[in-house]
Structures are given as C-alpha cells and as structure tokens.
Design a binder for this molecule. Structure first.
Ligand code: TMP
Ligand code: ASP
Length: 264
C-alpha cells in the first residue's frame, strides 16, 4: 500500500509546476509529451465564489477519472490518461487544450434548467451538447458553433469530431453508471489536440469525476456529485465514496477516505 498525503508526494519538490488550477495542478512529466496531473482536495463552485477543502476528494477523483478514462481507452475513445502514479497523481499525455468546455445533458438540471425555465429532472428528448468558452474573467460564457469557428477556437471539423466524442463518452459513461444504479444527468468534457507527425488528433483530457458530472441515484434521486457541495446538501466525501464503492474502485470495507486507504 502506498501512503501519500496531500503535501508529501515523493516527487513534488523536484517537479516543475506548469499550471495550478482550482482543483488540480499540472507538472512537467518525466518524458517529452507527458504531464503529471495532481488532484487537490480543494473544491470550488460558482466560479470560485464558494470554496472548501474536502479531505480525500482528490484521492477519489484521481481513481475515478482513471477508471472512466481506462474504460474509454477500452472502447477506443482516445484520451490523455497513461498511468496512475500514486494516490493523487496520474501521468497524462500533454495536449494543446481547446479553450472550450463541452457540456452533455441527458436530463435538465443546473444552469440549463435556470436559463430555459425547465424543471430540474425533466428528461431531454435526446442528449444536448453545449459549448462554453473557457475564460474565468468572463465566467465561461455559453457560445454557439458560429462563435467558435469564426473566432478560430476550433474548426468546423474539430467541432463535428468533438460532438461525436462527447456522445460516445456520454453513452459509455451512462451505461457504466446505469449498471450501478446511477443516472448520468449531465457532465463536462474538455478536449485537447495532440500531433502525430503533421496529423492532429483530438483526445479527451482534464478529468471525468463527480466534480464534473451530475450523478443521481436511480431509486432515490439522491445526489452523488458536486451539487452536494454547491448546495450544502450532505457530506461530499461520502457521496463520492459511494460512487467509487459502487463502481468497485474502492474496496467495500475501506476506511473513510481521509485516511490513506487505497490499495495501489
Ligand atoms: P451547469 O448546469 O452548471 O451548466 O453544469 C453542467 C455540468 O457541467 C455539471 O455536471 C457540472 C459540470 N460543470 C463543470 O464540471 N465545470 C464547470 O465549470 C461548470 C459550469 C459545470
Ligand atoms: N464552475 C465550477 C463548478 O461549479 C467550479 C468553479 O467555477 O469554481 O463546477
């Protein structure tokens, strides 16, 4: 068993930090074309207006993102995940990030319900893919394909490919979660470009975790995602642990996640 606490990662001191975000840190990787992605316990919502540190959250998201990305690899959806290094870090492929957040929605919730006046929990007739321009100062505004192509953030071909990827991720992730009694309401995806000789390929990057999805228990409707934090409706670590437990990512008899309990 590997015991790595948040501030005591074995290689942290010698790593070159490239970028620190709200919930993750990126370091240079050991080889060209790689980064190390570190998951913090920090949690933010509403464009960082609300903040907290949730013990063990980074450990869970590291494992859960690994689980989903590995699944995507298995079905042939290219993504950045290479290898988990320890409880909080994973080795990923470095990609040139497209400055967009894609949101896929199966059921109306969150900003969609608010903007369009559709009651939370209303199933949508088909998955809806939205694009948000990643700019914190602007509060990540919703944008149309027109804006994206005209302003050069991505080409029309990229957009078509991104929608196809997003729908595959949606089908795969919805299916996996359905199997453990969880409904995938919506989720966020970030996509990057990698270059193979002169050819560009799009890959799923960032993370897939309860921080970036809405997950509702199919029987009870209980929320098992970051909305627990956003709206103060329970214990966030318990909710994420429940997702991990159902997916078999944590062993059934594990101790609370504040202790270093994961088997490597
Ligand atoms: P929204 O309803 O607030 O637009 O969020 C839709 C989904 O995207 C929800 O699962 C939360 C996720 N999300 C992020 O992961 N990061 C973000 O910055 C935002 C706004 C949403
Ligand atoms: N907007 C993100 C969320 O609520 C986090 C943040 O903006 O601080 O998921």
């Amino acid at each position: 068993m590997l015991l790595v606490h948040q501030n005591l990662g074995p290689d942290m001191a010698r790593r070159n930090k490239l970028y620190e975000g709200k919930t993750k840190v990126l370091y240079d990787g050991p080889e060209a074309g790689t980064f190390v992605q570190y998951f913090k316990d920090d949690t933010t919502a509403f464009n960082a207006e609300k903040q907290a540190v949730i013990d063990g959250k980074g450990v869970l998201n590291n494992r859960l993102s690994e689980y989903f990305m590995n699944g995507l690899t298995t079905i042939g959806v290219p993504n950045h995940f290479l290898k988990r290094l320890n409880m909080r870090e994973q080795l990923i492929r470095s990609a040139e990030m497209i400055p967009l957040e894609l949101i896929v929605r199966n059921v109306s919730a969150g900003s969609f319900s608010k903007r369009l006046g559709i009651e939370e929990g209303t199933p949508l007739p088909r998955p809806i893919v939205e694009f948000y321009y990643k700019d914190k100062k602007l509060g990540n505004p919703l944008v149309a394909e027109e804006h994206i192509v005209a302003l050069g953030w991505a080409s029309q071909q990229d957009l078509d490919d991104m929608v196809a990827i997003a729908l595959r991720v949606n089908d795969f992730t919805s299916g996996i979660l359905f199997g453990v009694g969880i409904k995938l309401i919506d989720f966020k995806l970030e996509i990057g470009r990698i270059w193979e000789n002169e050819y560009q390929r799009l890959i799923v990057a960032d993370e897939i975790s309860p921080d970036t999805c809405r997950l509702w228990d199919m029987e009870t409707g209980e929320k098992l995602d970051k909305d627990v934090f956003r709206h103060d409706i329970g214990n966030v670590a318990d909710a994420y642990t429940e997702v991990a437990r159902r997916l078999g990512v944590l062993q059934q008899n594990n101790q609370p996640v504040t202790k270093p309990t994961l088997i490597n």
